[in-house]
Design a binder for this molecule. Structure first.
Ligand code: ZN
Length: 415
């Protein structure tokens, strides 16, 4: 069996990953620096600008207060906020988001476009890249405004706001995955996989796995990326098997089936412990935010004059950074274990280790995966075990011929 990569390919893969590893090491410090700059210096000028800008807008757009549809919207925002000032609050939250995005523009262009193109991983045109970035920023801007309005609006009006907000949000989170099939369509076109042998084999495989699904769809991600991708979106009746167009070009039907079988393995994993833990963590996080907001108000941090003052908003970014930074090693360790389990499940389901192995090797080649990444990178937050480790776990196919030379890259222990 041939090794996954030639020495030249391996050198190329290492050249591609080195900047990513440096980024992984440096980016937490950079992000903390940016937040320190905002919290230490920029909160006051940002807030002054938001207030005067909101004043100017409310004078110029005063007619919206009487126009038929906008009147209702504005009245309900007044009622939610309990006093004037929600306009300044939204502008402030957006300004913080936009400032962070702006600081990251060079890194976004380098890692999202330049590096990917240099190593042949991206099919983005500059225009399409720009449009997708702007779409992402707009979606985040919408989420940030909704969060600022909802969280601060509710906190001003209710003592136990963290419970009032936390419980329904936790419930929403449990149901939100049913909407997954629609989310990715914001970025890529999708069409049903055409009728034919592949579709029939996928349907038969899912019947054996006892996984009901709504449709098999092909996502045209090749306009942006040259990577292979397959995933299941949605739950139960909305479950959709999504294959990208690259996977259909690069893989043989047996190998596509191996990838689908792996995804089916994820359907069978117990979801409730993770969901319940996430819901509890969310309510706990909101409680911590409540304490932080009260502390800021009594100490007058960042010029705050009252409880749930929007000037504490960047503090929430800091808090969520710590939550994600500290929890990523734990949640990614669970994720890697689930991936190993899904691999075992797929092998059991298809009984075709040779196709599974070929699927992993092709995925590694096309996606330029590092077969043996530094251990700290994996532990810090890799959702999947290194491809070398996954290949080593595939049992050898029952072959009549004696296997040729082994996989020197893979048989070495990875740490
Ligand atoms: Zn998986």
């Amino acid at each position: 069996m041939e090794p996954i990569f030639t020495p030249e390919q391996l050198a190329e893969i290492q050249a591609y990953h080195l900047p990513l590893y440096i980024k992984s090491a440096v980016s937490p410090l950079v992000y903390l620096g940016v937040l320190a700059l905002i919290l230490g210096v920029l909160v006051r000028p940002f807030y002054r600008w938001s207030e005067s800008c909101a004043d100017g807008l409310s004078q110029r757009l005063a007619f919206l207060r009487t126009a038929p549809v906008s009147r209702v919207l504005i009245q309900s925002l007044d009622r939610l906020w309990g006093e004037p000032g929600w306009g300044a609050a939204i502008l402030f939250a957006l300004l913080v988001e936009l400032f962070i995005e702006l600081i990251y523009v060079p890194a976004t262009i380098y890692f999202g476009y330049v590096l990917e193109h240099r190593h042949g991983m991206s099919a983005y045109t500059p225009l399409r890249f720009l449009l997708d970035e702007l779409k992402g920023i707009a979606l985040e801007g919408f989420a940030v405004s909704a969060l600022a309005l909802g969280l601060y609006g509710l906190a001003r009006r209710m003592n136990r706001w963290w419970l009032v907000l936390g419980l329904p949000t936790a419930l929403l989170m449990l149901g939100a995955s049913a909407l997954d099939p629609y989310r990715s369509q914001v970025f890529f076109e999708q069409a049903p996989l055409e009728q034919g042998p592949l579709r029939e084999r996928i349907t038969a495989l899912m019947a054996r796995a006892e996984v009901p699904f709504q449709d098999v769809r092909v996502e045209k991600t090749s306009v942006a990326s040259k990577r292979l991708q397959a995933y299941f979106a949605g739950q139960g009746p909305t479950r959709t098997i999504v294959l990208n167009d690259v996977i259909l070009q690069e893989l043989e039907p047996d190998e596509v089936l191996a990838a689908v079988a792996h995804e089916a393995g994820h359907v069978h994993e117990p979801k409730w412990p993770g969901r319940i833990a996430a819901s509890l963590a969310l309510v706990a996080l909101l409680f911590v935010i409540d304490r932080l907001l009260r502390l800021s108000a009594t100490r007058g941090w960042f010029g705050t004059t009252r409880f749930a003052d929007i000037r504490t908003f960047p503090l929430l970014w800091l808090l969520s950074f710590f939550v994600f930074f500290l929890s990523a090693p734990i949640s990614s360790a669970f994720s890697r274990e689930r991936e190993r389990e899904a691999d075992r499940y797929a092998l059991q389901l298809t009984q075709d280790p040779a196709a599974f192995r070929r699927m992993l090797v092709k995925a590694a080649r096309v996606n330029k995966m590092d077969p043996d990444p530094p251990r700290w990178v994996v532990l810090k937050g890799h959702s999947h075990p290194p491809i070398g480790e996954r290949l080593a776990a595939v049992p050898p196919a029952p072959e009549k011929r004696a296997p040729a030379e082994g996989l020197p890259v893979l048989t070495e222990p990875s740490h």
